[in-house]
Design a protein around this ligand. Structure first.
Ligand SMILES: Cc1cc2nc3c(=O)[nH]c(=O)nc-3n(C[C@H](O)[C@H](O)[C@H](O)COP(=O)(O)O)c2cc1C
Length: 301
């Protein structure tokens, strides 16, 4: 997830039991300008393998060029993003903005498959909007062009993150294709993992937002089963990794995004939460955090 799943988070959830890692999506234009721009996004630990580098752009040549530049960093898979709904991506014809252009999708994928030595995969949404749900066409193209796996977020671009993911549509894709299908969208609990598997017949399940407030989901544990002591240990470990990866100042600032989500299940007054989300001195942050966990935190019902 863009801005949220760099190496510290990915490697920790990998240890927790996730099956594979996708990098945050990588703008092909950034790679063209300088590989340094994406160096942090493509950093991974060997134990994270299989590691997927995900690329987005709207230009077939640029995407191939970027993929070639990324190959020396030894990804196991190159993935094409056909799912991002963010305006600055989709409205320039990249991410989900490619869905209305099946010929271009085919050209990009054929180009990648023909020229790369690693497997190529794709992550899609169901279409641009309710009137243009062309996911069966796109899924067929993905397979016919030689991609070896497809991940499907069961929403259209227009939906963004609203409404409910359509697992029936994912089931239709699964029943039509021969390549593995990863189902994605609205998996929040362990029961949801089993439900989406049963509903779609998928070969794998992708978990996005829920992993941020419950990384234990990769060990098949719901958040209510996780003790406060474990939450505190996770926060300490994640913060340490963030600081080792980004340095103290940036690591602490970027960690706030995760912390907010990890603490969301607790009822914390804003006077207690605010210092944690604003302080920039590590010692003070740690003192606040220790104090917070020493007081009785109550779970929201
Ligand atoms: C902040 C944020 C960033 C995301 N970045 C990416 C991305 O870089 N690549 C991608 O394929 N999907 C990205 N997604 C979409 C998720 O991978 C996933 O498809 C979506 O959140 C639905 O799954 P969920 O209900 O499990 O969260 C992002 C989602 C969020 C909320």
């Amino acid at each position: 997830m863009d801005g949220l799943s760099e190496r510290p988070f990915r490697s920790l959830v990998r240890k927790m039991g996730s099956a594979m890692s996708y990098t945050e999506f990588i703008n092909a234009i950034d790679v063209m300008i300088s590989i340094q721009r994406v160096q942090k996004k493509i950093a991974y630990h060997e134990f994270e393998r299989p590691v997927t580098f995900q690329i987005f752009d709207d230009d077939p040549d640029r995407i191939l060029h970027a993929a070639r530049q990324l190959i020396p960093f030894h990804p196991d898979i190159i993935d094409l993003n056909l799912g991002c709904s963010a305006r600055h991506v989709a409205s320039r014809g990249a991410g989900a903005g490619l869905l209305p252009h099946p010929h271009k999708v085919a050209e990009i994928l054929r180009n990648l498959v023909k020229n790369l030595t690693v497997p190529v995969t794709a992550k899609i949404r169901l279409g641009w909007d309710d009137h243009n749900r062309n996911y069966l066409d796109i899924a067929r193209i993905v397979e016919d062009c030689g991609a070896q796996l497809i991940a499907v977020h069961g929403r259209t671009k227009a939906q963004g993150y609203t409404g409910q993911a359509d697992w029936d549509a994912i089931a239709k894709i699964k029943s039509m294709l021969h390549i593995p299908v990863i189902a994605n969208g609205d998996v929040q609990t362990v029961a949801d993992i089993h439900r989406i598997q049963n509903h779609t017949g998928c070969d794998g399940v992708m978990i996005g937002r829920a992993a941020l407030f419950n990384p234990w989901i990769f060990s098949y544990r719901d958040r209510w089963e996780v003790s406060q002591t474990e939450v505190k240990s996770w926060i300490d470990a994640h913060l340490n990794e963030m600081i080792a990866f980004h340095g103290i100042e940036e690591g602490l600032i970027l960690f706030r995004k995760y912390l907010k989500r990890l603490l969301a299940p607790y009822q914390i007054e804003s006077k207690d939460l605010l210092p944690l989300l604003t302080v920039s001195e590590l010692d003070i942050f740690k003192n606040h955090l220790d104090l917070l966990f020493k007081t009785a935190l109550t779970q929201k019902s």
